[in-house]
Design a protein around this ligand. Structure first.
Ligand code: URP
Ligand code: ZN
Ligand code: ZN
Length: 467
């Protein structure tokens, strides 16, 4: 007897949409075909009129990650539950490495912290320095199943930035051992140069934030990272790309044959720097900053042309945390973007936003959505074809989508328990109706029905093996 049949839906893979039924046994898809021929099952889910997508992969989250003096609002349980409501069945977070740490020890510690997650998980290994001890750990980290590395090119004051010579050493070892290195690409020098001058002129209001870190600041770091990767013979992944200039730099390097990949995030596709004009503009402080509509358009084109993938960069703080370091005066508070912790929520809203702004607006097909939010991330991060595709032998990670269901994004109807959403009031057509992880239904009828700790640590293959 099968565990599950999903009947009557259309399955969406990156290369095709097929109207067929799915048979699941022991957490895996065992066959596709007409339900009448698949055999009997303990449960049959009627997916008529719906699309069945591979579970989304979120390769950029920050749960249990203290930053800029704030604790962060989500842990691996609450963050992963929110992800489940957004159709996410696998997420990749980051180690909380500090100078002097063993990165391998941080990877193992992170795995333990993540064990409360309700969906599958992994971590990128963050390197904040490149001493011989941590470089020597890279083969063991890859062997452990974490075949990707995170490097910050900014946040020197926060103690996590790596210098260029350190980057080169990490990139060289990454190439040798099969890890994909990824960068937060912003020029620390340009950002600090601007902030110092803006401070002198009293220009630290929310609306001044994007001026401190303009597209030029991103382009300089993207260009430098690509050239350093080229020097080391390494592939490169760029986290949260935001600008046309950054994207063009990536595109040119790919035309030269460099193995350079990049992601963007829904907020850079959907919101613009006009948000910083709001009284509550501090809610939108994240790095890099929001850009112009022209940049949004360029990013949508990059997605449609397979140059980009999409993560959430979920880095959730409560409003109290966002405002806790603002200088107070007799009128109740003063604006200073340098005092606002960077980051916004997003793991739950990525899929509805891609459905509305991508599919409904004709910028992405459903297949392209699967490519940018599931299949290509799975390939890049060593998870394919276990994940990222619906085919016999793959894990039964799925999200059902009703393209006709309408919804409104409201903080109090999301599942992060956070007092705001940067998309508050946004109307969306197309909504995830059910999430299935390893063959078990975990979100159904608007309720979480999964189990704390049911997620598994996924051992990811080395980078070279899956290209
Ligand atoms: O503002 C952001 N993105 N906060 C999270 C940390 C990072 O830089 O990704
Ligand atoms: Zn970043
Ligand atoms: Zn991030």
């Amino acid at each position: 007897m099968l565990d599950l049949i999903i009947q009557g839906g259309s399955i969406v893979n990156a290369d095709a949409i097929i109207k067929t039924d799915i048979a699941v046994q022991d957490g895996r898809i065992v066959s596709l075909g007409d339900a009448a021929l698949l055999g009997r099952a303990k449960r049959v889910i009627n997916a008529a009129g719906q699309y069945v997508l591979p579970g989304l992969i979120d390769m950029h989250t920050h749960f249990e990650a203290p930053f800029m003096g704030c604790r962060g609002a989500l842990d691996f349980y609450s963050g992963s539950v929110a992800g489940a409501f957004g159709g996410v069945t696998t997420f990749i977070d980051f180690t909380n490495t500090r100078p002097g740490d063993s990165v391998l020890a941080r990877v193992k510690e992170r795995r333990e912290e993540m064990a409360k997650a309700v969906i599958d998980y992994s971590t990128h290994a963050k390197f904040v320095e490149a001493n011989p001890q941590v470089i020597a750990e890279i083969p063991a980290i890859v062997e452990y199943g974490c075949s990707s590395i995170k490097l910050f090119m900014t946040y020197r004051k926060e103690g996590v930035m790596i210098e260029d010579d350190g980057m080169l050493a990490v990139l060289e070892a990454a190439r040798k051992w099969g890890a994909l290195p990824g960068v937060h690409a912003e020029s620390n020098a340009i950002a600090e140069f601007h902030i110092e001058r803006q401070r002198a002129k009293g220009e630290l209001d929310w609306i001044d934030f994007p001026k401190a870190k303009p597209p030029l600041c991103e382009e300089e770091a993207v260009r430098r990272a690509i050239l350093l990767a080229e020097a080391a013979g390494s592939p490169l992944y760029i986290f949260h790309l935001t600008s046309r200039r950054g994207l063009e730099t990536v595109r040119q390097s790919r035309l030269r044959g460099c193995p350079v990949y990049a992601e963007t995030c829904p907020h850079y596709l959907v919101l613009t720097q006009e948000m910083y004009r709001q009284e509550e503009g501090y809610r939108y402080i994240m790095s890099p900053p929001l850009r112009d509509t022209d940049d949004c358009q360029a990013l949508w084109t990059g997605l449609g042309q397979d140059v980009l993938v999409v993560s959430s960069d979920d880095c959730t703080y409560t409003l109290a945390e966002k405002t806790m370091f603002l200088p107070q005066d007799e009128t109740g508070g003063r604006r200073d973007f340098t005092k606002v912790v960077n980051g916004v929520p997003g793991i739950e809203t990525r899929l509805p936003l891609l459905l509305e702004e991508g599919v409904q607006q004709g910028r992405l097909t459903l297949q392209q959505l699967v490519a940018v939010a599931s299949a290509n991330p799975a390939k890049l991060f060593g998870l394919y074809p276990e994940k990222g595709v619906l085919q016999p032998g793959s894990l039964a990670d799925m999200v059902l989508v009703d393209l006709a269901q309408t919804g409104t994004i409201q903080a109090d109807r999301l599942h992060q328990g956070i007092d705001y959403s940067v998309y508050e009031g946004k109307k969306v057509t197309g909504w995830p109706t059910m999430t299935i992880a390893r063959g078990k239904v975990i979100v159904e009828d608007g309720n979480f029905v999964g189990v704390r700790g049911a997620g598994q640590f996924v051992r990811r293959k080395p980078f070279a093996a899956n290209r």
